[in-house]
Design a binder for this molecule. Structure first.
Ligand code: SF4
Ligand code: SF4
Length: 347
């Protein structure tokens, strides 16, 4: 498997990483087998987060006994303040069973409010710098769903890496953030490279990203065959044909009208509806155990009934999505998915 230097860091990472969300759905032995299988395929870069329930713990178990230099670990904390951030980091270290984490990221810095909080006195950024000085973290990074905010963050020069949604449908990062990362030598992790499980054609989706030699996609997988397919694409690089480029244009047109980029520009909704979560129901259902998705989402889904169809959100959405209609459609998908959920699981 080809390896690349990750931005200006001294990390040498495989051309693809493994995203740590879907292993939440697996039992511990299954997850451990999967992670070890992925490492055997030559993937040495694993990205997870403190918020992904037992993902770190399962990865920790899988890498026990693996020489520390053979694996590049990335994780994230959603904390706003320094103290909680450092608690999260200690938890990540403990769960992963390591002395240091290669890349630790401020998770989801997507709003100005979160930006202000993390950069405040005693904010999470201070904690991150402290952790780098203490040797608990080798490189600081961040993830975001907001491309404009991410570009501003990239330009601060404080971070070694950026993680943004980037795939053949969600191309907002392509014009500025992607070339900027290359120019200033920041590592770039493409979040949701196969659309959070929404793109069926993994070959097209991955090969689209592989056109950029400095970007590392981190697909979340739950079966070794999925990673084998991706690794084959990396090992036998085939540029997209004209026919496939046309296919992608068609796909963009088809999916674009319903594709939520999770940027949250539509917020705040006066009724408190968390629009992007509701519109991402299919992706959550694909990636999370149903019980966990239920705990995480059901309240947001039930809130949709309070939508007054004021369309304030529509006027703010840069992608002109028909939000009230899409909310209803997603509630139908949700209701069908939880129809047979054991009542005790709903408790
Ligand atoms: S249309 Fe519905 S979801 Fe959108 S802002 Fe109004 S109440 Fe909120
Ligand atoms: S509905 Fe539109 S504005 Fe809201 S998160 Fe999705 S893409 Fe962004």
């Amino acid at each position: 498997m080809e390896r690349i230097r990750f931005g200006r860091t001294d990390l040498t990472v495989s051309r693809v990483a493994m995203g740590g969300i879907p292993i939440m759905r697996l039992s511990k032995p299954e997850a451990v087998r999967l992670v070890r299988g992925v490492l055997d395929l030559g993937v040495n870069f694993i990205d997870t987060a403190t918020g992904y329930t037992d993902s770190e713990e399962k990865i920790g178990e899988a890498i026990r006994g693996v020489p520390r230099d053979n694996v590049v670990l990335a994780s994230k904390s959603p904390a706003d303040d320094r103290k909680t951030f450092l608690q999260h980091l200690d938890l990540s270290l403990k769960r992963l069973g390591v002395e240091y984490i290669d890349l630790y990221q401020l998770h989801n810095v997507s709003t100005r409010k979160r930006w202000d909080a993390v950069f405040a006195v005693d904010g999470a950024f201070e904690g991150l710098m402290e952790a780098v000085r203490a040797g608990k973290v080798r490189y600081p990074g961040f993830s975001s769903h907001s491309v404009p905010l991410a570009i501003e963050l990239m330009k601060t020069g404080h971070f070694s890496s950026v993680q943004l949604p980037f795939n053949c449908i969600d191309t907002e990062a392509e014009s500025v953030a992607v070339p900027l990362a290359k120019e200033i030598g920041m590592g770039f992790i493409a979040m949701k490279p196969v659309g959070g499980g929404m793109l069926d054609n993994a070959s097209l989706a991955i090969r689209y990203i592989l056109q950029y030699d400095h970007i590392v996609p981190d697909p979340g997988i739950e079966r070794i065959e999925e990673m084998e397919e991706i690794v084959n694409l990396v090992n036998r690089p085939t540029p997209l044909s004209e026919e496939e480029i046309k296919q992608l244009d068609t796909l963009r047109k088809e999916l674009g009208a319903e594709w939520c980029h999770r940027c949250d520009y539509c917020q705040p909704c006066p009724e408190g509806i968390h629009i992007s979560s509701v519109l991402s129901v299919k992706s959550f259902l694909k990636r999370m155990p149903l019980e966990r998705a239920y705990q995480f989402l059901n309240e947001s889904m039930r809130k949709v009934s309070s939508c007054t169809e004021c369309r304030t959100c529509v006027s703010r959405c840069p992608y002109e999505l028909s939000i009230p209609e899409l909310l209803k459609k997603n509630v139908q998908i949700w209701d069908k998915a939880i129809e047979n959920l054991n009542p005790s699981m709903k408790g």
